[in-house]
Structure formats: structure tokens, C-alpha cells
Write a protein that binds this ligand. Structure first.
Ligand SMILES: C[S@@+](CC[C@H](N)C(=O)[O-])C[C@H]1O[C@@H](n2cnc3c(N)ncnc32)[C@H](O)[C@@H]1O
Length: 336
């Protein structure tokens, strides 16, 4: 999904809904954790099947409104928690048999069109980008981080080739004025020698800032680890991603834990040949042509899933080590 442009479609579409439902098969009942309630598209569909329960999370308190509607309709079958999904392990689950944990990453149409959230450079909002439960805004980052730190954020989270000039011009400009959304867009336009005619010149920097402000890489890594812990044997972990870095992380997590030696050597009675996941399908599922024509924002969606093969809670993963560089960049925010 282009990180920052207000989409042309004027409503929220749950991405790859049919495909998710066919993988988790709620028609057989069971409890599901929807880690990203958003507008409730997945949760509503799951609850439309008898004998299902949904525990939903969202960091954005605005999702509480959707949650209230669902609570009204589905009573005890639905629970909402306004927490980040990296905190999934803090849910006090009473040995429930969770059939599926689902992540639909990113943000919803409602969030991008909200000027208060400031996710878009063309929604006329302030330089904010906090989805909820954050410690700092994009304005704090732009006005307080070092030049080198800003450069790395734009380069690693946005793939922006001209990060260096943009960061240099931000630091020059902010010594005169506090930088807001309009000011940032002007600096980017001025700094970029290679103009982009397909997408807005500010797209990559805005995506990078959103990832940084919401610590999206750390959230995903710790969310995946905790989701793999709460699932029991036969439980399915589903993730829909919208950019290549997210997809790379999910792909690595599933692949590394479906090859030998993924179970913790500290667990009792373990055969070395056991693995945590069964990876039915190596390639991601992508939206159909019909879905993309109805909802163009879905075009970059990739859906991967894996089935947990054991009840073990402990497992070894080197995912943090593998993506340490990105976590370290997100941690620049700790001093803001
Ligand atoms: C693409 S929307 C989900 C849409 C939902 N599947 C639906 O069908 O309506 C993503 C949601 O995830 C939430 N979110 C993003 N990162 C999160 C995190 N780390 N923890 C909890 N919620 C998060 C956002 O606030 C947003 O509401």
C-alpha cells in the first residue's frame, strides 16, 4: 500500500478476506485472536459463524467504537483490548485453545483520512503518525533526531535513495523553523534531484517515518514470537503484509521455524527433527485481479500462514538477531 496517499476508494475493504476465511475455516467454530481489529472486517466475518469467539486487539482506541458494536451484537463471544500486539503474551488466556492468530498489518482507510493522525501528506494534517499507544510523534523525530539517524530511518525503512540530502536539509531548516507536514514535503521536493513521476516524492520518507514512530518492525517481530507461543498444536498463524520489509520478516520467521532445530533445546522430550511450524505453502497468497480493481490499495498485500505442529511454548528463534539493525534504528526513539 502506498504509505501516505489518501486512497481513491471511499470505504474500508478487509483485504484478502475470502482467502483468510478459507485458511482458518471458522465454520468449524473455535477461538481466534484478531491482532489488528481496525474496522472489524475480519472479526465480524469470523463471528458470523456459529460457535466462534474473537479476542481482538488494536493500538488505536478509535477501534473501540467498532469493538462496542461487536460487543453489542455478539456479547461474550467478543473481547477487545486496546493494546499493542507485541504485548499479546500479557493477555490472560485461561488455557484457551486458540485456533488462529491473525495480523493484518498497517493502517485502515479511516486512519489515513484522519487529519489528526497525520499519516498522509495530502490530508492536510499535522506531522504526527502515531497510531496509538506511542511515546513520540513524527514531528518529534524530525525536529530532534541527529542528521545521521534521520538518514538511516529514510534509507532503511523507506528505501529512499536521497536520504542523505533530505536529512541534511531537514537539519539546516529546523535550526530556523520547527518543521511541520507542509514544511517537510517542501524540503523533500527541494532535496530530491531524481524526481519521481509515478508516486509523490515524499512517499518513501513518509512511509519510513510511520514505521519509525510506530516501531512497526519491533512490533512485528515480538508480535510473531508471542503469537507462536499462544498457539497450540494445529493453531494457524496468519499474516498479511503490505511492504517488502514486513514480508521479508514474516517469510524468514516461518521458514526458519519450519526447518529443523526450531524447538528449544531446553524443552523436555524433544526430537531434534521436530520443527515448530508446518509451512503448507511457501509462496504468499496475493489478491485476485477483481479485488485489486475494486480496492487498488490491496495490490501490495501478501498473505502468509503456517500451522503450529506442537504444543511447545518454548522455541529458539534468531529473528531478533537477524533483523537487529532495524530494531536498533527504531530504538533511536527511546531518547525522544
Ligand atoms: C489494516 S488495519 C486492519 C483492518 C482489519 N483487518 C479489518 O478488516 O477491518 C490495521 C489495524 O492494525 C492496527 N495496528 C497496527 N499496528 C498495531 C500494533 N502493533 N498493535 C495493535 N494494533 C496495531 C492499526 O491501528 C489498524 O487499526
Amino acid at each position: 500500500m502506498d504509505a501516505t496517499i489518501v486512497p481513491k476508494v471511499q470505504k474500508h475493504y478487509p483485504v484478502l478476506l475470502k482467502e483468510i476465511i478459507s485458511v482458518i475455516s471458522p465454520q468449524h467454530g473455535g477461538t481466534f485472536i484478531d491482532c489488528t481489529l481496525g474496522q472489524g472486517g475480519y472479526a465480524k466475518k469470523i463471528l458470523s459463524f456459529e460457535n466462534t469467539n474473537v479476542i481482538a486487539l488494536d493500538r488505536d482506541l478509535e477501534s473501540g467504537k467498532i469493538a462496542n458494536e461487536l460487543k453489542e451484537n455478539f456479547k461474550d463471544r467478543f473481547i477487545f483490548k486496546n493494546i499493542k500486539f507485541s504485548q499479546l503474551n500479557n493477555l490472560k488466556l485461561k488455557n484457551e485453545n486458540i485456533k488462529g492468530v491473525i495480523f493484518d498489518l498497517g493502517y485502515s482507510y479511516t486512519q489515513i483520512k484522519d487529519p489528526q493522525k497525520g499519516l498522509s501528506f495530502d490530508a492536510g494534517g499535522k506531522l504526527n503518525m502515531q497510531l496509538g499507544l506511542n511515546s513520540y510523534s513524527a514531528e518529534d523525530a524530525i525536529n530532534k533526531l541527529d542528521e545521521k539517524e534521520l538518514e538511516k530511518i529514510f534509507k532503511f525503512f523507506g528505501g529512499e535513495k536521497e536520504s542523505k540530502y533530505i536529512a541534511r536539509n531537514i537539519v539546516k531548516e529546523r535550526s530556523k523553523n520547527n518543521i511541520d507536514t507542509k514544511g517537510l514535503v517542501e524540503i523533500i521536493e527541494k532535496s530530491k534531484k531524481r524526481k519521481n513521476f509515478k508516486v509523490h516524492n515524499a512517499t518513501k520518507v513518509f512511509q519510513a517515518l510511520r514505521i519509525f514512530v510506530n516501531k512497526e518492525i519491533s512490533e512485528l517481530i515480538f508480535g510473531l514470537i508471542n503469537a507462536a507461543k499462544v498457539l497450540k498444536k494445529g493453531g494457524i498463524l496468519c499474516v498479511v503484509t503490505f511492504h517488502s520489509l514486513e514480508d521479508k520478516i514474516v517469510k524468514y520467521f516461518f521458514k526458519s521455524l519450519s526447518e529443523n532445530k526450531s524447538i528449544s533445546r531446553y524443552s523436555p522430550v524433544i526430537k531434534q527433527s521436530d520443527t515448530l511450524f508446518n509451512l503448507i505453502q511457501k509462496k504468499p497468497i496475493t489478491p485476485s485481479d477483481e479485488e485489486v480493481s475494486e480496492n487498488p490499495s490491496s495490490r501490495s498485500a501478501k498473505f502468509r500462514y503456517a500451522i503450529k505442529k506442537t504444543d511447545f511454548y518454548n522455541f529458539d528463534t534468531d529473528i531478533e538477531k537477524q533483523f537487529r539493525n532495524y530494531i536498533e534504528i527504531e530504538n533511536y526513539g527511546d531518547k525522544l
